[in-house]
Design a binder for this molecule. Structure first.
Ligand code: FDA
Length: 364
């Protein structure tokens, strides 16, 4: 009899298992994919770590979490500085002085601020009725048209005039020449890839891959005192109240016989016509010098039940349904629900690690 049966070997499950092992508890981890690591898993090809489930950049302001992950792997000094490609015109992101200088040929922060203020005023929007009006009222027409509109419409599969204004609450604008996308204190990519982190966490813990807990749940449940479930909450309850919705993604990865394809890890395609939103060139996450490269085009997609669940659609209807599932979950004795799928929540990696540590802290 194990103390814990942990369903899912993503960051939540792996951190939970590691901490419980440290506390002297016995754990069995079940993972239905053929590999461990959940969405941070990378496939290695010719020395390049391919982010199989989407680009993952570790960033945090939580020193405890930063020190925690650094116990298992050293992080490199990668700083995410994506470039936007609008019909062949290149702009630095996030919106900063480099972006404004390229867009308007201005030189000083005051000139940039005046340009944005003039465009906001000219639009004359006082009460934004949709996402388009909201974005223009925050940042003006040029940046909205070239850098926000097409990208957002592709991401959501809907026109910005049909999307609610609250999706964009604020738009970070920097009046400095700083292309660092994140504001966090710590940032980087694990040296040797994310698998090193996961393997460190799961070291010495019994793991069975290719095993779906839900296919034989009674037999597995009988093997442990407590279950930690990190899969989709609606699936756990057999979708008895209905399905929670997700936004899907489709990845198209190619090997290219060239050393450097786009000169940056992340290039966003911000026009409406290009069907993908981003091209990821994986080697640049780790300053790779291989003679070949691997690039992934990322296509946002409508999600169908049974497909890989990427982003939860946290609208009112889904949140209400999730709240009902939460009530069912509260009635399940001996089961702890955690992680992005069980909590139907977008978690960054640092947040999911903090959440797993706090779940352990609440027990020990
Ligand atoms: P995760 O999904 O990783 O793990 C759950 C595991 O449970 C899966 O391996 C699954 O197969 C398994 N499972 C489910 N049901 C099961 C069952 N019945 N039986 C057995 N196993 C089962 N964060 C960040 O900080 N920086 C970034 O750049 C990004 N980028 C990013 C891109 C994209 C496209 C997405 C969708 C997400 C990000 N993230 C991110 C977020 C990051 O992926 C997230 O924080 C972690 O993957 C969450 O870890 P979990 O353990 O909660 O879930």
């Amino acid at each position: 009899m194990y103390d814990y049966l942990i369903v899912g070997s993503g960051l939540f499950g792996a951190v939970f298992a590691h901490e419980m092992k440290q506390a002297g508890k016995s754990c069995l981890v079940l993972e239905r994919r053929p590999h461990v690591g959940g969405n941070v898993y990378c496939e290695e090809k010719e020395g390049i770590h391919i982010h199989t489930y989407g680009a993952h950049i570790f960033h945090t302001s939580d020193k405890k979490v930063w020190n925690y992950v650094n116990q298992f792997v050293e992080f490199n000094n990668y700083v995410n500085s994506p470039v936007a490609n609008y019909k062949g015109e290149l702009y630095n992101l996030p919106f900063n002085m480099n972006t404004f200088a390229k867009m308007w040929g201005i030189v000083t922060p005051a000139e940039a601020a005046a340009k944005i203020a003039a465009q906001r005023e000219a639009a004359g929007i006082t009460e934004p009725k949709n996402l388009e009006e909201q974005a223009i009222s925050l940042i003006g027409t040029d940046i909205y048209t070239k850098l926000i509109k097409g990208y957002t419409e592709k991401q959501w599969g809907r026109s910005c005039t049909d999307l609610p204004p609250f999706i964009i609450k604020r738009l970070p604008v920097r009046y400095t020449f700083d292309n660092n996308y994140f504001n966090d204190r710590y940032q980087g990519i694990p040296m040797g890839g994310y698998n090193v982190l996961i393997e460190g966490l799961l070291d010495g813990i019994e793991v069975r891959t290719g095993v779906d807990f839900l296919k034989d749940r009674n037999a597995y449940a009988a093997m442990a005192k407590t279950i930690v479930y990190t899969g989709p909450i609606d699936e756990y309850f057999g979708y008895q109240l209905g399905r929670l919705e997700y936004r899907g993604l489709r990845f198209e990865t190619k090997r290219l016989e060239e050393e450097n394809h786009q000169g940056v890890a992340v290039m966003n395609y911000t026009d409406r016509e290009t069907p993908y939103t981003r091209i990821i060139e994986h080697k640049h996450f780790e300053f790779g010098t291989q003679p070949v490269t691997y690039v992934t085009k990322e296509y946002p997609a409508d999600w169908q039940p049974g497909e890989e669940a990427y982003y939860p659609v946290n609208n009112e209807q889904n949140q209400a349904l999730y709240a009902q599932y939460q009530k069912l979950a509260a009635g399940e004795t001996g089961v702890l629900f955690g992680g992005r799928l069980a909590e139907y929540k977008y978690y960054d990696m640092d947040d999911v690690i903090a959440s797993a540590l706090s779940a352990v802290g609440g027990i020990l």
